[in-house]
Design a protein around this ligand. Structure first.
Ligand code: DSN
Length: 420
């Protein structure tokens, strides 16, 4: 198979050979290894080219048609295209595309919807939430009173009755759904009902499943939620960045929270790259891509379970899988991540629900299929990937075996080239 895209670094090669070499080495690492981190992806040449372009040079504080600097005629075209495409993609009433990343997106959403000190509810980090979903070490847990909810002990899934009960007692200003390590479908309609019942702002952070929501492979909350944030570099396959979508009623508050509330000059080269990614996601074959992500994840889950590994919730409905490596193989998440890395397979250590270990050395690992699916892999390839993983976990302390597996992994990956 031919590589799909090229990286253009012809000038940089002689101009800064040290940085050039590190970038090329990183590209080779991405191509030679099995990338299983579920929050990562590979972007198209169009997205890469837009990112490395001259809108980087421009200051454009404000919004299209109302900027605090002159010379924004073409920047306005870029930003309006990004906004229009994003609204079309998700059926959003209002979109702000200036967010630099996922954490500032959540910060802006809270800033728009709550007063400092207000109570909100988000899922615990150790059970699938994110630091910005109210963890005590994060601004979200320090500036707001976050009362976190968890998953059920019986099946490790969200218990909507328990969430409603907690919401009725707490009367939170906002309830957040959407997670970074939850392998099952989220019932967004149920969250809307709970929020309506207790009068809370209904917010989702769909960073992980954004691409799946855009194509309807996962229920899309945007049309009926108050505020939805998402990063753009995960299943959406765009540049490392974020956006907020909201109901018209929250539009002014969101825009003011982003600028002048929290951010300065928007990164218009990245906004241009977001516009390119949204154009790609509007194409019919993006739906096939997101469908394949889920098929691949299910195939990989089956392969791992057939080999005796315990998965959180015994499987997956989306792009990600949590493997209980400690329960299955007496390997901590840190040991498993390290062994896999030595074999050219990349994942991240992750807590599992009710983990008795620490986030730095938890009981599991988190894996997913967005990158492998972007490289063109299908269900049968996932079985091979699962076999590689099991072989690594069974030989986790044997560095020479891991080095031999790394050679096999590289050969396997050579059949799925992406960047030349
Ligand atoms: N760090 C991201 C992830 O890996 O899920 C979330 O921000």
């Amino acid at each position: 198979m031919e590589a799909k895209y090229e990286m253009h670094l012809d000038f940089l090669k002689d101009y800064d050979p040290d940085i050039f070499k590190a970038i090329v080495d990183e590209k080779d690492r991405q191509m030679d290894g099995i990338e299983l981190i579920p929050s990562e992806n590979l972007v198209s040449q169009g997205v890469l080219e837009a990112m490395g372009s001259v809108p980087n040079n421009k200051y454009s504080e404000g919004y299209p048609g109302k900027r605090y600097y002159g010379g924004n005629e073409f920047i306005d075209i870029i930003e309006n295209l990004a906004i229009d495409r994003l609204k079309e993609l998700f059926g959003a009433e209002h979109a702000n595309v200036q967010l630099n990343s996922g954490s500032p997106a959540n910060m802006a959403a809270y800033y728009a919807a709550m007063e400092i000190g207000d109570t909100f509810m988000g899922l615990k980090l150790t059970e699938g939430g994110h630091l910005t979903h109210g963890h005590p070490v994060n601004f979200s847990g320090k500036l707001y009173n976050c009362e976190q909810y968890g998953v059920s002990k019986e099946d490790e899934r969200l218990d909507y009755d328990a969430i409603l009960k907690q919401a009725k007692e707490l009367k939170p200003k906002l309830i957040l759904s959407g997670y970074t390590a939850y392998p099952r479908e989220i019932d967004f309609k149920k969250f809307r009902e709970i929020c309506d019942e207790v009068g809370a702002v209904c917010m989702a952070d769909i960073s992980h499943i954004g691409g799946l929501c855009a194509t309807g492979i996962h229920e899309n909350p945007v049309p009926y939620f108050d505020i939805v944030t998402t990063t753009t570099h995960k299943t959406l396959r765009g540049p490392r960045s974020a956006v907020i979508m909201c109901k018209e009623e929250f539009a002014t508050k969101i825009d003011k929270a982003v600028f002048p509330g929290l951010q300065g000059g928007p990164h218009e080269h990245i906004i241009a790259a977001k516009a390119v990614a949204f154009k790609e996601a509007l194409e019919p074959n993006f739906k096939n891509y997101t469908e394949q992500i889920v098929k691949n994840a299910k195939a990989m889950a089956e392969g791992l379970m057939d080999a005796g590994l315990r998965l959180v919730t015994d499987g997956t409905d989306n792009h990600l899988i949590l493997v209980d490596t400690f329960g299955s193989k007496q390997l901590t998440g840190k040991e498993a991540e390290h062994a896999l890395e030595l074999a050219g397979i990349y994942c991240n250590k992750n807590t599992i629900p009710f983990d008795e270990r620490t986030p730095w050395d938890p009981s599991g690992i988190r894996i997913g299929t967005p990158v492998l699916t972007t490289r063109g892999m299908k269900e049968s390839d996932m079985k091979e990937v699962a076999d590689f993983m099991v072989k690594v976990l069974d030989n986790a302390k044997d560095e020479s075996k891991l080095a031999a597996i790394k050679v096999e992994v590289k050969e396997f990956c050579a059949s799925f080239p992406f960047y030349k």
